[in-house]
Write a protein that binds this ligand. Structure first.
Ligand code: ADP
Length: 542
Protein backbone atom coordinates (compact mmCIF):
# COMPACT_ATOMS: atom_id res chain seq x y z
CA UNK A 1 0.00 0.00 0.00
CA UNK A 2 1.18 3.52 -0.65
CA UNK A 3 2.10 5.94 2.07
CA UNK A 4 2.10 9.71 1.84
CA UNK A 5 5.87 9.52 1.36
CA UNK A 6 5.34 7.48 -1.73
CA UNK A 7 6.68 9.25 -4.84
CA UNK A 8 3.31 8.63 -6.44
CA UNK A 9 1.69 11.03 -3.97
CA UNK A 10 4.18 13.79 -4.69
CA UNK A 11 3.00 14.51 -8.18
CA UNK A 12 0.67 17.23 -6.86
CA UNK A 13 3.44 19.13 -5.10
CA UNK A 14 5.01 22.23 -6.64
CA UNK A 15 8.43 20.95 -5.63
CA UNK A 16 8.10 17.82 -7.77
CA UNK A 17 5.39 18.64 -10.32
CA UNK A 18 6.83 18.96 -13.85
CA UNK A 19 6.13 22.43 -15.36
CA UNK A 20 3.55 22.77 -18.13
CA UNK A 21 4.59 24.33 -21.46
CA UNK A 22 2.80 27.58 -20.56
CA UNK A 23 4.66 27.81 -17.26
CA UNK A 24 7.99 27.35 -19.01
CA UNK A 25 7.07 30.12 -21.47
CA UNK A 26 6.10 32.37 -18.56
CA UNK A 27 9.46 31.68 -16.86
CA UNK A 28 11.33 32.54 -20.06
CA UNK A 29 9.20 35.70 -20.40
CA UNK A 30 10.08 36.65 -16.82
CA UNK A 31 13.79 36.29 -17.54
CA UNK A 32 13.33 38.40 -20.70
CA UNK A 33 11.52 41.05 -18.63
CA UNK A 34 14.37 41.09 -16.13
CA UNK A 35 16.87 41.58 -18.94
CA UNK A 36 14.83 44.49 -20.32
CA UNK A 37 14.75 46.01 -16.84
CA UNK A 38 18.53 45.61 -16.68
CA UNK A 39 18.92 47.33 -20.05
CA UNK A 40 16.75 50.22 -18.84
CA UNK A 41 18.60 50.51 -15.52
CA UNK A 42 22.13 50.10 -16.89
CA UNK A 43 22.56 53.69 -18.20
CA UNK A 44 21.78 55.04 -14.68
CA UNK A 45 23.93 52.50 -12.89
CA UNK A 46 26.85 54.82 -12.26
CA UNK A 47 24.81 57.72 -10.93
CA UNK A 48 25.42 58.51 -7.27
CA UNK A 49 22.11 58.72 -5.40
CA UNK A 50 21.27 60.32 -2.08
CA UNK A 51 19.22 58.47 0.57
CA UNK A 52 15.79 59.49 -0.68
CA UNK A 53 16.67 58.67 -4.27
CA UNK A 54 17.48 55.10 -3.14
CA UNK A 55 14.78 54.53 -0.55
CA UNK A 56 11.83 55.85 -2.50
CA UNK A 57 12.30 53.70 -5.62
CA UNK A 58 13.03 50.69 -3.40
CA UNK A 59 9.81 51.32 -1.49
CA UNK A 60 7.88 51.82 -4.75
CA UNK A 61 9.30 48.58 -6.20
CA UNK A 62 8.29 46.64 -3.08
CA UNK A 63 4.76 48.07 -3.21
CA UNK A 64 4.53 47.46 -6.96
CA UNK A 65 5.56 43.80 -6.60
CA UNK A 66 3.33 42.98 -3.64
CA UNK A 67 0.28 44.70 -5.13
CA UNK A 68 0.86 43.09 -8.53
CA UNK A 69 1.15 39.67 -6.92
CA UNK A 70 -1.96 40.31 -4.86
CA UNK A 71 -3.85 41.31 -8.00
CA UNK A 72 -2.68 38.15 -9.82
CA UNK A 73 -3.78 35.92 -6.94
CA UNK A 74 -7.13 37.72 -6.68
CA UNK A 75 -7.73 37.30 -10.42
CA UNK A 76 -6.87 33.60 -10.01
CA UNK A 77 -9.32 33.40 -7.11
CA UNK A 78 -11.93 35.08 -9.29
CA UNK A 79 -11.34 32.41 -11.94
CA UNK A 80 -12.57 29.77 -9.49
CA UNK A 81 -15.16 31.78 -7.52
CA UNK A 82 -16.52 34.04 -10.27
CA UNK A 83 -17.89 36.79 -8.06
CA UNK A 84 -17.93 40.40 -9.32
CA UNK A 85 -16.71 41.50 -5.90
CA UNK A 86 -13.43 39.62 -6.33
CA UNK A 87 -13.03 40.97 -9.84
CA UNK A 88 -13.45 44.55 -8.54
CA UNK A 89 -10.92 43.96 -5.76
CA UNK A 90 -8.38 42.42 -8.16
CA UNK A 91 -8.83 45.34 -10.59
CA UNK A 92 -8.41 47.74 -7.64
CA UNK A 93 -5.11 46.19 -6.54
CA UNK A 94 -3.88 46.28 -10.14
CA UNK A 95 -4.84 49.97 -10.45
CA UNK A 96 -2.98 50.98 -7.29
CA UNK A 97 -0.01 48.83 -8.30
CA UNK A 98 0.20 50.55 -11.69
CA UNK A 99 -0.16 53.99 -10.11
CA UNK A 100 2.93 53.51 -7.95
CA UNK A 101 5.06 53.61 -11.13
CA UNK A 102 4.18 57.21 -12.22
CA UNK A 103 4.20 58.19 -8.54
CA UNK A 104 7.86 57.16 -8.16
CA UNK A 105 8.92 58.38 -11.61
CA UNK A 106 7.40 61.83 -11.16
CA UNK A 107 8.57 62.25 -7.57
CA UNK A 108 10.64 65.45 -7.53
CA UNK A 109 14.28 64.93 -6.65
CA UNK A 110 14.35 61.16 -7.11
CA UNK A 111 15.13 60.38 -10.74
CA UNK A 112 15.27 64.04 -11.79
CA UNK A 113 14.99 67.33 -9.85
CA UNK A 114 11.41 67.87 -11.05
CA UNK A 115 10.61 64.22 -11.74
CA UNK A 116 10.58 62.25 -14.97
CA UNK A 117 7.87 62.12 -17.68
CA UNK A 118 7.75 65.92 -17.87
CA UNK A 119 6.04 66.07 -14.50
CA UNK A 120 4.82 69.32 -13.01
CA UNK A 121 4.58 70.34 -9.37
CA UNK A 122 1.13 68.75 -8.91
CA UNK A 123 1.75 65.50 -10.85
CA UNK A 124 3.01 63.29 -8.00
CA UNK A 125 0.35 64.59 -5.62
CA UNK A 126 -2.46 63.85 -8.12
CA UNK A 127 -1.21 60.28 -8.59
CA UNK A 128 -0.77 59.92 -4.82
CA UNK A 129 -4.34 61.15 -4.31
CA UNK A 130 -5.55 58.52 -6.79
CA UNK A 131 -3.78 55.76 -4.86
CA UNK A 132 -4.82 57.05 -1.45
CA UNK A 133 -8.50 57.21 -2.38
CA UNK A 134 -8.40 54.32 -4.89
CA UNK A 135 -7.62 51.44 -2.54
CA UNK A 136 -10.40 52.08 0.04
CA UNK A 137 -12.76 52.89 -2.84
CA UNK A 138 -12.14 49.52 -4.47
CA UNK A 139 -12.44 47.71 -1.12
CA UNK A 140 -15.77 49.50 -0.55
CA UNK A 141 -16.87 48.42 -4.04
CA UNK A 142 -15.86 44.85 -3.15
CA UNK A 143 -17.86 44.97 0.09
CA UNK A 144 -20.97 46.47 -1.57
CA UNK A 145 -20.85 44.01 -4.47
CA UNK A 146 -20.62 41.22 -1.93
CA UNK A 147 -23.73 42.49 -0.18
CA UNK A 148 -25.56 42.54 -3.51
CA UNK A 149 -24.39 39.18 -4.74
CA UNK A 150 -26.50 37.00 -2.47
CA UNK A 151 -27.75 35.23 -5.59
CA UNK A 152 -26.00 32.52 -7.61
CA UNK A 153 -22.44 32.95 -8.85
CA UNK A 154 -21.71 33.91 -12.42
CA UNK A 155 -20.65 30.35 -13.20
CA UNK A 156 -21.85 30.78 -16.78
CA UNK A 157 -19.78 33.88 -17.51
CA UNK A 158 -16.50 33.15 -19.40
CA UNK A 159 -13.57 33.85 -17.10
CA UNK A 160 -10.89 35.12 -19.42
CA UNK A 161 -12.87 38.02 -20.97
CA UNK A 162 -13.96 39.08 -17.47
CA UNK A 163 -10.36 39.05 -16.20
CA UNK A 164 -9.20 40.87 -19.34
CA UNK A 165 -11.95 43.44 -18.73
CA UNK A 166 -10.83 43.90 -15.11
CA UNK A 167 -7.22 44.38 -16.20
CA UNK A 168 -8.22 46.79 -18.97
CA UNK A 169 -10.24 48.85 -16.47
CA UNK A 170 -7.17 49.06 -14.21
CA UNK A 171 -4.92 50.12 -17.09
CA UNK A 172 -7.44 52.74 -18.25
CA UNK A 173 -7.91 54.13 -14.75
CA UNK A 174 -4.20 54.23 -13.93
CA UNK A 175 -3.28 55.46 -17.43
CA UNK A 176 -6.04 58.08 -17.43
CA UNK A 177 -5.07 59.45 -14.05
CA UNK A 178 -1.38 59.50 -15.01
CA UNK A 179 -2.19 61.36 -18.24
CA UNK A 180 -4.28 63.81 -16.22
CA UNK A 181 -1.47 64.26 -13.69
CA UNK A 182 1.00 64.99 -16.50
CA UNK A 183 -1.24 67.60 -18.12
CA UNK A 184 -0.46 71.30 -17.99
CA UNK A 185 0.22 72.08 -14.32
CA UNK A 186 -1.82 75.28 -14.47
CA UNK A 187 -5.00 73.25 -15.20
CA UNK A 188 -4.54 70.88 -12.26
CA UNK A 189 -5.99 71.36 -8.79
CA UNK A 190 -3.38 72.94 -6.55
CA UNK A 191 -2.45 70.29 -3.98
CA UNK A 192 1.18 71.35 -3.43
CA UNK A 193 2.63 74.77 -2.65
CA UNK A 194 6.15 73.58 -3.49
CA UNK A 195 7.87 70.19 -3.66
CA UNK A 196 7.68 69.80 0.14
CA UNK A 197 4.49 71.48 1.38
CA UNK A 198 0.83 70.75 0.70
CA UNK A 199 -1.97 73.27 0.21
CA UNK A 200 -5.09 73.14 2.43
CA UNK A 201 -6.91 71.57 -0.55
CA UNK A 202 -4.78 68.42 -0.09
CA UNK A 203 -6.71 67.78 3.13
CA UNK A 204 -9.66 66.71 1.00
CA UNK A 205 -7.67 63.65 -0.07
CA UNK A 206 -6.87 62.11 3.35
CA UNK A 207 -10.31 63.04 4.70
CA UNK A 208 -12.02 61.34 1.72
CA UNK A 209 -9.68 58.34 2.08
CA UNK A 210 -10.48 58.06 5.80
CA UNK A 211 -14.22 58.38 5.12
CA UNK A 212 -14.00 55.65 2.48
CA UNK A 213 -11.97 53.45 4.87
CA UNK A 214 -14.64 53.92 7.55
CA UNK A 215 -17.48 53.16 5.12
CA UNK A 216 -15.75 50.05 3.75
CA UNK A 217 -14.91 48.90 7.30
CA UNK A 218 -18.55 49.31 8.35
CA UNK A 219 -19.90 47.33 5.39
CA UNK A 220 -17.30 44.57 5.83
CA UNK A 221 -17.90 44.44 9.58
CA UNK A 222 -21.64 43.96 9.08
CA UNK A 223 -21.28 41.10 6.66
CA UNK A 224 -17.91 39.66 7.61
CA UNK A 225 -18.05 36.19 6.10
CA UNK A 226 -14.63 35.21 4.87
CA UNK A 227 -10.96 35.22 5.87
CA UNK A 228 -10.40 37.70 3.06
CA UNK A 229 -13.04 40.07 4.52
CA UNK A 230 -11.34 39.90 7.89
CA UNK A 231 -7.91 40.74 6.52
CA UNK A 232 -9.25 43.46 4.25
CA UNK A 233 -10.47 45.14 7.43
CA UNK A 234 -6.90 44.98 8.74
CA UNK A 235 -5.68 46.46 5.44
CA UNK A 236 -8.14 49.34 5.84
CA UNK A 237 -6.83 49.88 9.38
CA UNK A 238 -3.22 50.03 8.19
CA UNK A 239 -4.23 52.28 5.29
CA UNK A 240 -6.03 54.67 7.67
CA UNK A 241 -3.00 54.77 10.00
CA UNK A 242 -0.72 55.50 7.05
CA UNK A 243 -3.07 58.27 5.89
CA UNK A 244 -3.11 59.87 9.34
CA UNK A 245 0.68 59.62 9.71
CA UNK A 246 1.37 61.09 6.29
CA UNK A 247 -1.19 63.85 6.28
CA UNK A 248 -1.84 64.86 9.89
CA UNK A 249 1.02 63.70 12.08
CA UNK A 250 4.21 63.90 10.00
CA UNK A 251 6.03 67.09 9.08
CA UNK A 252 5.50 66.47 5.37
CA UNK A 253 7.53 64.73 2.70
CA UNK A 254 10.65 62.80 3.83
CA UNK A 255 10.09 63.43 7.55
CA UNK A 256 10.38 60.46 9.94
CA UNK A 257 6.58 60.32 10.24
CA UNK A 258 6.26 60.31 6.48
CA UNK A 259 8.68 57.37 6.15
CA UNK A 260 7.08 55.43 9.00
CA UNK A 261 3.73 56.00 7.27
CA UNK A 262 5.28 54.33 4.24
CA UNK A 263 6.03 51.25 6.39
CA UNK A 264 2.32 51.03 7.21
CA UNK A 265 1.59 51.45 3.51
CA UNK A 266 3.88 48.57 2.67
CA UNK A 267 2.21 46.47 5.36
CA UNK A 268 -1.21 47.34 3.93
CA UNK A 269 -0.01 46.31 0.49
CA UNK A 270 1.40 42.99 1.70
CA UNK A 271 -1.31 41.81 4.10
CA UNK A 272 -3.72 40.41 1.51
CA UNK A 273 -0.83 38.85 -0.38
CA UNK A 274 0.50 37.09 2.71
CA UNK A 275 -2.95 35.92 3.75
CA UNK A 276 -3.71 34.63 0.27
CA UNK A 277 -0.39 32.80 0.11
CA UNK A 278 -0.77 31.30 3.57
CA UNK A 279 -4.36 30.23 2.97
CA UNK A 280 -3.59 28.82 -0.45
CA UNK A 281 -0.61 26.87 0.84
CA UNK A 282 -2.70 25.44 3.68
CA UNK A 283 -5.61 24.56 1.41
CA UNK A 284 -3.24 23.15 -1.16
CA UNK A 285 -1.56 20.96 1.46
CA UNK A 286 -4.97 19.78 2.64
CA UNK A 287 -5.96 19.02 -0.93
CA UNK A 288 -2.78 17.03 -1.55
CA UNK A 289 -3.37 15.07 1.65
CA UNK A 290 -6.97 14.32 0.81
CA UNK A 291 -6.10 13.26 -2.74
CA UNK A 292 -3.36 11.01 -1.35
CA UNK A 293 -5.77 9.56 1.22
CA UNK A 294 -8.36 8.92 -1.46
CA UNK A 295 -5.77 7.16 -3.55
CA UNK A 296 -4.70 5.00 -0.61
CA UNK A 297 -8.33 4.00 -0.01
CA UNK A 298 -8.65 3.10 -3.69
CA UNK A 299 -5.37 1.13 -3.62
CA UNK A 300 -6.47 -0.71 -0.48
CA UNK A 301 -9.80 -1.52 -2.10
CA UNK A 302 -8.03 -2.82 -5.19
CA UNK A 303 -5.59 -4.84 -3.08
CA UNK A 304 -8.41 -6.40 -1.09
CA UNK A 305 -10.31 -7.17 -4.29
CA UNK A 306 -7.18 -8.84 -5.63
CA UNK A 307 -6.76 -10.77 -2.40
CA UNK A 308 -10.46 -11.69 -2.42
CA UNK A 309 -10.35 -13.12 -5.92
CA UNK A 310 -7.07 -14.92 -5.21
CA UNK A 311 -8.49 -16.41 -2.00
CA UNK A 312 -11.65 -17.56 -3.72
CA UNK A 313 -9.62 -19.15 -6.50
CA UNK A 314 -7.33 -20.81 -3.97
CA UNK A 315 -10.02 -22.11 -1.64
CA UNK A 316 -12.33 -23.32 -4.37
CA UNK A 317 -9.48 -25.20 -6.04
CA UNK A 318 -9.40 -27.69 -3.19
CA UNK A 319 -13.04 -28.83 -3.31
CA UNK A 320 -12.79 -28.84 -7.10
CA UNK A 321 -9.74 -31.11 -7.01
CA UNK A 322 -11.49 -33.35 -4.52
CA UNK A 323 -14.63 -33.44 -6.70
CA UNK A 324 -12.52 -34.48 -9.70
CA UNK A 325 -10.83 -37.23 -7.63
CA UNK A 326 -14.18 -38.52 -6.33
CA UNK A 327 -15.77 -38.36 -9.78
CA UNK A 328 -12.83 -40.40 -11.14
CA UNK A 329 -13.24 -42.93 -8.33
CA UNK A 330 -17.01 -43.11 -8.94
CA UNK A 331 -16.44 -43.72 -12.66
CA UNK A 332 -13.96 -46.50 -11.92
CA UNK A 333 -16.49 -48.21 -9.60
CA UNK A 334 -19.09 -47.91 -12.36
CA UNK A 335 -16.75 -49.24 -15.06
CA UNK A 336 -16.23 -52.54 -13.25
CA UNK A 337 -17.91 -55.63 -14.76
CA UNK A 338 -20.27 -55.57 -11.74
CA UNK A 339 -20.51 -51.87 -10.74
CA UNK A 340 -20.30 -51.20 -7.00
CA UNK A 341 -23.22 -48.84 -6.51
CA UNK A 342 -22.53 -48.37 -2.78
CA UNK A 343 -19.08 -46.92 -3.57
CA UNK A 344 -20.53 -44.85 -6.43
CA UNK A 345 -23.16 -43.44 -4.07
CA UNK A 346 -20.43 -42.65 -1.50
CA UNK A 347 -18.36 -40.86 -4.18
CA UNK A 348 -21.39 -38.85 -5.34
CA UNK A 349 -22.16 -37.96 -1.71
CA UNK A 350 -18.58 -36.65 -1.30
CA UNK A 351 -18.90 -34.63 -4.52
CA UNK A 352 -22.14 -33.09 -3.28
CA UNK A 353 -20.55 -32.34 0.13
CA UNK A 354 -17.59 -30.68 -1.62
CA UNK A 355 -19.96 -28.53 -3.68
CA UNK A 356 -21.72 -27.34 -0.54
CA UNK A 357 -18.39 -26.76 1.17
CA UNK A 358 -17.13 -24.62 -1.72
CA UNK A 359 -20.26 -22.46 -1.42
CA UNK A 360 -19.73 -22.09 2.34
CA UNK A 361 -16.03 -21.25 1.86
CA UNK A 362 -16.93 -18.50 -0.58
CA UNK A 363 -19.52 -17.11 1.85
CA UNK A 364 -16.91 -17.18 4.62
CA UNK A 365 -14.27 -15.40 2.53
CA UNK A 366 -16.83 -12.80 1.51
CA UNK A 367 -17.73 -12.24 5.15
CA UNK A 368 -14.11 -11.90 6.17
CA UNK A 369 -13.53 -9.21 3.51
CA UNK A 370 -16.74 -7.47 4.48
CA UNK A 371 -15.48 -7.63 8.06
CA UNK A 372 -18.72 -9.36 8.99
CA UNK A 373 -18.33 -11.22 12.27
CA UNK A 374 -17.85 -14.93 11.43
CA UNK A 375 -20.42 -17.45 12.65
CA UNK A 376 -18.77 -18.75 15.79
CA UNK A 377 -19.67 -21.47 18.22
CA UNK A 378 -18.00 -23.70 20.79
CA UNK A 379 -16.45 -26.59 19.00
CA UNK A 380 -14.14 -29.51 19.47
CA UNK A 381 -11.01 -29.03 17.41
CA UNK A 382 -10.43 -32.82 17.27
CA UNK A 383 -13.75 -33.15 15.40
CA UNK A 384 -12.62 -30.47 12.96
CA UNK A 385 -9.29 -32.30 12.41
CA UNK A 386 -11.07 -35.61 11.74
CA UNK A 387 -13.44 -33.95 9.30
CA UNK A 388 -10.55 -32.36 7.38
CA UNK A 389 -8.70 -35.72 7.25
CA UNK A 390 -11.83 -37.49 5.97
CA UNK A 391 -12.17 -34.98 3.18
CA UNK A 392 -8.61 -35.37 1.95
CA UNK A 393 -8.42 -39.12 2.28
CA UNK A 394 -8.90 -39.80 -1.46
CA UNK A 395 -5.92 -37.72 -2.56
CA UNK A 396 -3.74 -39.17 0.20
CA UNK A 397 -4.60 -42.71 -0.84
CA UNK A 398 -3.54 -41.83 -4.40
CA UNK A 399 -0.24 -40.33 -3.19
CA UNK A 400 0.36 -43.19 -0.76
CA UNK A 401 0.62 -40.98 2.31
CA UNK A 402 0.19 -42.51 5.74
CA UNK A 403 -1.61 -40.60 8.51
CA UNK A 404 -0.80 -40.61 12.19
CA UNK A 405 -3.12 -38.82 14.56
CA UNK A 406 -2.42 -38.11 18.20
CA UNK A 407 -5.45 -36.20 19.42
CA UNK A 408 -5.65 -35.50 23.13
CA UNK A 409 -8.79 -36.74 24.83
CA UNK A 410 -10.90 -34.30 26.89
CA UNK A 411 -9.47 -31.30 25.10
CA UNK A 412 -11.11 -27.99 26.03
CA UNK A 413 -13.50 -26.54 23.44
CA UNK A 414 -12.49 -23.61 21.27
CA UNK A 415 -14.75 -20.79 20.24
CA UNK A 416 -14.68 -20.36 16.48
CA UNK A 417 -15.96 -20.95 13.00
CA UNK A 418 -15.88 -24.63 12.05
CA UNK A 419 -15.76 -23.79 8.33
CA UNK A 420 -12.81 -21.42 8.74
CA UNK A 421 -10.82 -23.67 11.08
CA UNK A 422 -11.39 -26.63 8.79
CA UNK A 423 -10.14 -24.43 5.95
CA UNK A 424 -6.90 -23.89 7.94
CA UNK A 425 -6.44 -27.62 8.43
CA UNK A 426 -7.28 -28.42 4.81
CA UNK A 427 -4.69 -25.89 3.62
CA UNK A 428 -1.99 -27.22 5.94
CA UNK A 429 -2.79 -30.83 5.00
CA UNK A 430 -2.79 -29.99 1.26
CA UNK A 431 0.59 -28.23 1.61
CA UNK A 432 2.00 -31.22 3.52
CA UNK A 433 0.70 -33.59 0.84
CA UNK A 434 2.27 -31.41 -1.88
CA UNK A 435 5.61 -31.29 -0.02
CA UNK A 436 5.69 -35.11 0.19
CA UNK A 437 4.60 -35.79 -3.40
CA UNK A 438 8.18 -35.77 -4.71
CA UNK A 439 9.63 -37.81 -1.81
CA UNK A 440 10.63 -41.33 -2.84
CA UNK A 441 13.45 -42.31 -0.48
CA UNK A 442 11.46 -42.39 2.78
CA UNK A 443 7.94 -43.00 4.03
CA UNK A 444 5.47 -40.21 3.38
CA UNK A 445 3.83 -39.57 6.74
CA UNK A 446 1.37 -36.87 7.77
CA UNK A 447 1.13 -36.53 11.56
CA UNK A 448 -1.50 -34.42 13.27
CA UNK A 449 -1.46 -33.82 16.97
CA UNK A 450 -3.67 -31.81 19.33
CA UNK A 451 -2.82 -30.84 22.92
CA UNK A 452 -3.79 -28.49 25.62
CA UNK A 453 -1.03 -25.90 26.08
CA UNK A 454 -0.80 -24.22 29.46
CA UNK A 455 -4.05 -23.09 30.98
CA UNK A 456 -5.33 -20.98 28.19
CA UNK A 457 -4.57 -22.55 24.80
CA UNK A 458 -5.14 -25.52 22.58
CA UNK A 459 -2.29 -26.31 20.17
CA UNK A 460 -2.51 -28.28 16.93
CA UNK A 461 0.48 -29.39 14.86
CA UNK A 462 0.58 -30.69 11.30
CA UNK A 463 3.85 -32.46 10.46
CA UNK A 464 5.11 -33.97 7.25
CA UNK A 465 8.19 -35.79 5.99
CA UNK A 466 8.34 -33.74 2.79
CA UNK A 467 10.97 -31.59 1.18
CA UNK A 468 11.11 -29.20 4.14
CA UNK A 469 11.73 -25.46 4.17
CA UNK A 470 14.44 -23.44 2.53
CA UNK A 471 15.93 -21.17 5.24
CA UNK A 472 15.68 -18.09 2.99
CA UNK A 473 12.00 -18.75 2.29
CA UNK A 474 10.89 -19.41 5.85
CA UNK A 475 10.11 -15.77 6.58
CA UNK A 476 8.21 -15.29 3.36
CA UNK A 477 5.87 -18.29 3.55
CA UNK A 478 3.05 -16.23 5.09
CA UNK A 479 3.33 -13.35 2.63
CA UNK A 480 0.43 -13.05 0.19
CA UNK A 481 1.18 -14.50 -3.24
CA UNK A 482 4.43 -16.19 -2.13
CA UNK A 483 4.61 -19.61 -3.74
CA UNK A 484 7.25 -22.04 -4.96
CA UNK A 485 4.73 -24.26 -6.73
CA UNK A 486 4.26 -24.16 -10.45
CA UNK A 487 0.50 -23.80 -10.16
CA UNK A 488 0.41 -22.27 -6.68
CA UNK A 489 -1.29 -18.98 -5.81
CA UNK A 490 0.50 -18.31 -2.54
CA UNK A 491 -2.61 -17.33 -0.57
CA UNK A 492 -3.13 -20.53 1.48
CA UNK A 493 -0.84 -19.72 4.40
CA UNK A 494 -1.85 -16.04 4.35
CA UNK A 495 -5.47 -17.06 4.75
CA UNK A 496 -4.59 -19.61 7.45
CA UNK A 497 -2.69 -16.99 9.39
CA UNK A 498 -5.44 -14.41 9.18
CA UNK A 499 -8.09 -16.96 10.24
CA UNK A 500 -6.01 -18.18 13.21
CA UNK A 501 -5.20 -14.64 14.29
CA UNK A 502 -8.85 -13.61 13.95
CA UNK A 503 -9.60 -16.43 16.41
CA UNK A 504 -7.06 -15.01 18.87
CA UNK A 505 -4.37 -17.59 18.10
CA UNK A 506 -0.99 -17.80 16.36
CA UNK A 507 0.37 -19.86 13.46
CA UNK A 508 4.04 -20.58 12.86
CA UNK A 509 6.33 -23.03 11.11
CA UNK A 510 9.45 -24.96 12.07
CA UNK A 511 11.64 -27.63 10.51
CA UNK A 512 10.58 -31.20 11.27
CA UNK A 513 13.27 -33.68 12.35
CA UNK A 514 14.84 -35.34 10.43
CA UNK A 515 12.82 -34.29 7.36
CA UNK A 516 9.95 -32.06 6.42
CA UNK A 517 8.11 -29.19 8.07
CA UNK A 518 5.82 -28.75 11.02
CA UNK A 519 3.12 -26.08 11.17
CA UNK A 520 1.68 -25.33 14.60
CA UNK A 521 -1.21 -23.15 15.59
CA UNK A 522 -2.75 -22.23 18.90
CA UNK A 523 -6.34 -21.24 19.69
CA UNK A 524 -7.64 -19.87 22.99
CA UNK A 525 -9.40 -22.56 25.01
CA UNK A 526 -13.03 -21.82 25.84
CA UNK A 527 -13.26 -23.22 29.36
CA UNK A 528 -16.97 -22.75 29.96
CA UNK A 529 -18.46 -25.02 32.64
CA UNK A 530 -20.27 -27.02 29.97
CA UNK A 531 -17.34 -28.98 28.56
CA UNK A 532 -17.59 -30.82 25.29
CA UNK A 533 -17.34 -34.57 25.10
CA UNK A 534 -13.87 -35.50 23.87
CA UNK A 535 -13.74 -36.03 20.15
CA UNK A 536 -17.31 -34.81 19.54
CA UNK A 537 -17.91 -31.83 17.35
CA UNK A 538 -20.21 -29.42 19.20
CA UNK A 539 -21.02 -27.77 15.93
CA UNK A 540 -21.37 -30.40 13.28
CA UNK A 541 -18.63 -29.79 10.85
CA UNK A 542 -19.70 -30.20 7.26
P1 ADP B 1 0.56 -22.23 -2.32
O1 ADP B 1 0.20 -23.55 -1.73
O2 ADP B 1 -0.41 -21.73 -3.33
O3 ADP B 1 1.97 -22.19 -2.82
P2 ADP B 1 0.71 -21.33 0.40
O4 ADP B 1 0.58 -19.97 0.99
O5 ADP B 1 -0.16 -22.39 0.97
O6 ADP B 1 0.49 -21.16 -1.14
O7 ADP B 1 2.20 -21.81 0.57
C1 ADP B 1 3.26 -20.94 0.24
C2 ADP B 1 4.57 -21.68 0.08
O8 ADP B 1 4.99 -22.19 1.35
C3 ADP B 1 4.50 -22.90 -0.79
O9 ADP B 1 4.60 -22.55 -2.17
C4 ADP B 1 5.68 -23.70 -0.30
O10 ADP B 1 6.88 -23.25 -0.89
C5 ADP B 1 5.77 -23.38 1.17
N1 ADP B 1 5.16 -24.42 1.99
C6 ADP B 1 3.94 -24.44 2.54
N2 ADP B 1 3.73 -25.57 3.26
C7 ADP B 1 4.87 -26.31 3.16
C8 ADP B 1 5.29 -27.58 3.68
N3 ADP B 1 4.49 -28.33 4.43
N4 ADP B 1 6.55 -27.97 3.38
C9 ADP B 1 7.38 -27.23 2.62
N5 ADP B 1 7.04 -26.00 2.11
C10 ADP B 1 5.80 -25.57 2.37
Amino acid sequence: MRTSDDPGDQRFLLATLPPRAGQTRLAIGTVAGLLVALAVAAPFARLTLDGTAVLLPAYATAVLLTELMTAVLLFALYATQRTPALLALAAGYLTTALLIVPWALTFPGVFAPTGLLGAGLQSTAIVAAGRRIGLPLFILAYALLKVMEAGPREAHRPVLPAIAGGMALAVVLAGGLTAFALADDALLPRLMIDTMRETPLWRVVPVSALALCAAALAVLWRQRRSVLDLWLMVVLGAWAIETCLLSFISAGRFSAGWWSGRVFGLAASSIVLLVLLAEMTTLYGRLVRSVAAERRVRDARLASLEALSASIAHEVNQPLASMVTNAGAGLRWLDRPSPNLVEVRAALKRISDDGHRAARVIACIRDSFRKAPPQRSRLDINGVIRSALDRTEGERRLNRIAVRTDLQQRLPAVNGSAVQLEQVLLNLIANADDAMAAVTDRPRVLSIRSRRRGLTDVIVSVEDTGTGLQPAQEERLFEPFFTTKEHGIGMGLTICQSIVEAHGGRLWVAANQPHGAVFRFTLPADDEPERPEAGAALERTP
